[in-house]
Write a protein that binds this ligand. Structure first.
Ligand SMILES: [Zn+2]
Length: 71
């Protein structure tokens, strides 16, 4: 069985993340839709970088962001 790209948990679906990181990715994606509506338009990369700077952003979410930004 494959393990998550970001931690040692097993992957139970076809994705590259475990259920916890997949859940964080879902939150990230739904949050982006809300942000785009709120601020007119924001680049996804800008959105991700902004979230990284917010202290209340969860660790799991930040790990997913780092991966998306290729860091
Ligand atoms: Zn994981």
């Amino acid at each position: 069985m494959n393990t998550c790209k970001l931690c040692d948990n097993n992957i139970e679906n076809k994705g590259k993340f475990c259920i916890y990181h997949n859940n964080a990715l879902d939150n990230l994606n739904s949050g982006y839709v809300i942000w785009k509506n709120r601020v007119d338009y924001i680049e996804r990369e800008q959105y991700l970088k902004t979230l990284l700077e917010i202290s209340t952003t969860g660790t799991l979410v930040k790990q997913v962001i780092m991966d998306e930004l290729g860091r």
